[in-house]
Design a protein around this ligand. Structure first.
Ligand code: DGP
Length: 113
């Protein structure tokens, strides 16, 4: 499969991995928008939020739990952080493998773009 994030999951493309378990991995974004900018992704290839059904809802919940845990581990849990999922072209999704951005470590604007 020609998916860059699947290749990261498979270890075929190097990345700065900060967390792994049997369902998800998390690594540093190649183009960080904040001092802490992680991507939390499912190991399974799911294109976008539009592909989340009841079956995948527990996985999404797990991604939220991992983001919270990583925010704490990265030292931004108390000061605050932002979790974002871009979906589709107008939603700003570039990589067609579901991912959650975790941003923190600076004052993030109140605007949502
Ligand atoms: P989005 O616009 O939501 O699809 O964000 C995709 C993010 O993925 C973007 O912030 C840059 C990041 N990214 C793209 N390719 C790579 C890569 O090969 N390695 C890493 N670490 N991040 C990548």
């Amino acid at each position: 499969m020609d998916c860059i994030f699947c290749k990261i999951v498979a270890g075929q493309i190097p990345s700065d991995v900060v967390y792994t378990d049997d369902r998800v991995i998390a690594f540093r974004d190649i183009n960080p928008m904040a001092p802490v900018h992680l991507l939390i992704i499912p190991r399974e290839h799911i294109v976008s939020l539009n592909d989340i059904t009841e079956r995948e809802t527990p996985l999404l919940g797990h991604m939220v739990q991992v983001s919270k845990q990583l925010a704490k581990q990265q030292g931004v849990g108390t000061k605050g952080y932002r979790v974002v999922i871009n979906c589709g072209s107008q939603g700003g999704q570039v990589v067609q493998h579901l991912h959650m951005h975790l941003l923190g470590g600076r004052e993030l604007s109140g605007g949502l773009g």
